[in-house]
Write a protein that binds this ligand. Structure first.
Ligand SMILES: Nc1ncnc2c1ncn2[C@@H]1O[C@H](COP(=O)(O)OP(=O)(O)OP(=O)(O)O)[C@@H](O)[C@H]1O
Length: 244
């Protein structure tokens, strides 16, 4: 797989190209994401982070190149991959006629989970995210942060080995952000890969072992955060990498 680390990559992206109409967005993305680690994806507005995540999720198909996740093709094998991946989109959207509890149960049914077992497992997470009091309200009426929390619960419902999170802490309050950090560290400690996009440098510095910066349709910098920083701040590294 050509990874720059000892273990096989959880996600292996090779020379991926994607355009919208005649507008090229990704011009040859190559990126290895190791298992059992937290990787932050940074990039200026419009750099293509969400587009790349949609490609990883098999929502979009690359025009050229390949994406393999746990050895499966991200587009052709997108249905079996749903069992391995938990995804939180930038702006989670829910059916307007379902309460939070029903959204969770629908998602559990789609993953073929036993409801009693699922609730026993998920209740502590619901408590940690302070969502227990809101599960009988309609999810579409939730605040932005509450929608993110429900999205995170859904992403973790089926115990995926890879988490893909698009700006996961957008809208989260201080306590919820702290809970999110703890949860992500637990996921990585359990051997799972966590990939998340953000504009918040301090979150990457506090949470991530690996980082990647996307700019001009390419990954311009990727690797272990400590080695990349070399004593500089991530903000400095980011500004240098995205200057041209
Ligand atoms: N469905 C679409 N149709 C046309 N253009 C699109 C579509 N989706 C994204 N784009 C364009 O692709 C480019 C990358 O967008 P994307 O949302 O992937 O960037 P991003 O890095 O996630 O940005 P941000 O940090 O602002 O969230 C932008 O120029 C955007 O306008």
């Amino acid at each position: 797989m050509g990874a720059d680390h000892e273990t096989a990559a959880a996600v292996d992206v090779r020379e991926v190209v994607k355009s919208f109409g005649d507008k090229p967005v990704l011009r040859g993305i190559t990126w290895d994401i190791p298992p059992a680690s937290i990787c932050g994806l940074l990039g200026p507005n419009g750099a293509g982070k969400t587009t790349l995540f949609r490609l990883l999720m098999g929502i979009l198909k690359p025009e050229a190149g390949s994406i393999h996740i746990a050895g499966l093709d991200a587009f052709d094998d997108r249905v079996p991959l749903k069992r391995l991946i938990g995804f939180v989109p930038d702006e989670p959207v829910f059916y307007n006629y379902l309460k939070g509890r029903e959204v969770i149960e629908l998602s559990a049914a789609m993953h073929d989970l036993d409801l009693d077992e699922m609730w026993r497992r998920i209740d502590p997470l619901v408590e940690r995210l302070e969502m227990a009091a809101h599960l009988d309200a309609y999810a579409e009426e939730y605040s932005r942060g509450m929608k993110k929390k429900l999205g995170l619960i859904l992403a973790l419902l089926h115990q995926p080995s890879i988490l893909i999170l698009d700006e996961p802490t957008n809208g989260l309050d201080v306590t919820a952000t702290r809970s999110f950090f703890e949860l992500m560290r637990e996921q990585a400690a359990a051997g799972h890969a966590v990939i998340f996009s953000t504009h918040l440098m301090d979150q990457v510095e506090r949470l991530c072992e690996h980082v990647a910066i996307i700019h001009g349709g390419k990954i311009v910098l990727a690797g272990r955060l400590r080695e990349i920083l070399g004593g500089r701040t991530l903000e400095d590294v980011f500004c240098e990498s995205t200057a041209s």
